[in-house]
Design a protein around this ligand. Structure first.
Ligand SMILES: Nc1ncnc2c1ncn2[C@@H]1O[C@H](COP(=O)(O)OP(=O)(O)OP(=O)(O)O)[C@@H](O)[C@H]1O
Ligand SMILES: [Mg+2]
Length: 381
């Protein structure tokens, strides 16, 4: 390097600072490659991150114009000297790459590389990529220069930083994927518990209206008003699920009033009698109210869809600081142990998840011929 030791250190330091200012992995890699080229005074620099198919997932170059880059054509495959750095994690310092026995030629538009310095970018035993330079600028044209041991050491430092940047980027990607998976499952539960329930009621009400339309147009009209109401509610639930809002009714009316209204709607929409009783329940923490509402919705849905009963009763009562929700029907009942946990049946699993998610407990009491009672206890604030 032409710089003295202090200015050399300052240059390295400013390169490292520049790297840490970027969040996007590609920007970090670009900064590393540009800094390497500048600090080591080379004509070309590149960094390649391999993929699983013998090619490169990322390939960043510096010292090559966009037109030149396009003219070169597709990314290199991993063979020859690139493979030696990536697969054997071996540093390569060569006076003339073209004379190396592993050299396999390059596309016609590729710049002519002579002296070459390349290092694996590694995290422990794992090779994440390769950082390499070519054509060190010589003070005198045609003077013998090439990369030195000091250059190799400096490039080693940059390679270590590249490793950190790549590792961080991977961690970031993974955490984002996790968040997406969680978000998916939240949305699936939300759609299942709230939206599909409304659509089920809507379908039944529409069928009832169709049956009545010739015989009793006035009642058919009433049913159709129900259809409109249920459709509006389904749309609200859908919107809430998508933007992750808590159902607006909970904020406006509180849990008991929200349950009462929903029960009234279901009572009108279905042939079974659906009732609600509330006993002195105080407001609960938002997450708990939401969980109770969702469990009530699914339990009601199941009772109306599966039980064949003529009564469904919902009660909400205070217990300590918390509350107990009960949804009971006088229908056929079922054996909870024989319901397969996986697959198409999401309801019971979702109710359990919601209860435990807010520190509560869910019990299912049911036996064939004996009706079903779902009980959920939440601890309160
Ligand atoms: N109140 C009930 N009365 C009778 N059987 C019920 C009742 N609740 C649930 N079941 C039975 O338990 C099974 C599982 O219920 P669950 O809610 O997990 O799934 P599902 O309602 O079939 O489908 P999903 O809720 O995913 O739309 C139901 O298919 C039904 O056979
Ligand atoms: Mg269900």
């Amino acid at each position: 390097m032409s710089h003295g030791p202090r200015s050399g250190l300052a240059a390295v330091s400013s390169a490292l600072l520049a790297m840490s200012r970027h969040l996007e992995v590609r920007d970090v890699l670009k900064t590393i490659v540009a800094s390497a080229r500048e600090l080591l005074d080379a004509q070309y620099a590149a960094l390649g991150v391999p993929d699983d198919h013998g090619g490169f997932a990322q390939f960043v170059v510096d010292g090559v114009s966009d037109e030149q880059w396009k003219a070169i054509g597709p990314l290199p495959r991993r063979h020859g000297i690139l493979a030696a750095m990536l697969d054997d994690a071996a540093p390569q310092r060569l006076a003339d790459v073209r004379r190396d026995p592993r050299f396999g030629g390059w596309p016609s538009a590729h710049p002519d590389l002579v002296d070459f310095l390349g290092l694996p970018v590694r995290d422990g035993d794992e090779v994440l990529g390769a950082l390499f330079l070519a054509n060190k600028n010589c003070p005198k044209p045609d003077g013998a220069c090439g990369f030195t041991e000091d250059d190799e050491e400096l490039l080693g430092i940059l390679a270590q930083h590249a490793a950190i940047a790549l590792t961080n980027a991977r961690l970031y990607e993974r955490s984002r994927e996790l968040t997406i998976a969680e978000e998916r499952s939240r949305l699936a539960h939300e759609l299942h518990d709230a939206v599909s329930q409304k659509l089920f009621s809507l379908r039944l009400t529409a069928q009832a209206a169709a049956r009545l339309v010739d015989r009793d147009p006035a009642r058919a009209k009433g049913e159709l008003q129900q259809v409109a109401e249920l459709a509006a509610e389904a749309a609200d639930e859908l919107r809430a699920a998508v933007v992750e809002l808590r159902p607006a009714a909970l904020d406006e009316d509180g849990l008991a009033a929200t349950l009462r209204t929903q029960v009234q709607v279901l009572d009108r929409a279905h042939s079974a009698r659906v009732t609600f009783t509330g006993h002195g329940v105080r407001a609960l923490p938002a997450a708990q109210e939401e969980a109770v509402l969702r469990v009530a919705q699914e339990a009601l849905h199941n009772a109306l869809r599966h039980s064949g009963g003529s009564h469904v009763d919902v009660t909400l009562e205070r217990r300590g600081n918390g509350a107990v929700l009960r949804v009971g029907d006088d229908g056929d009942g079922f054996d909870p142990h024989t319901v397969r946990r996986a697959g198409r049946h999401l309801g019971l699993v979702s109710m359990r998840d919601r209860a435990s998610g807010v520190g509560g407990r869910l019990t299912v009491e049911s036996a064939p011929g004996k009706g079903t009672t779902i009980e959920m206890e939440v601890p309160g604030g």
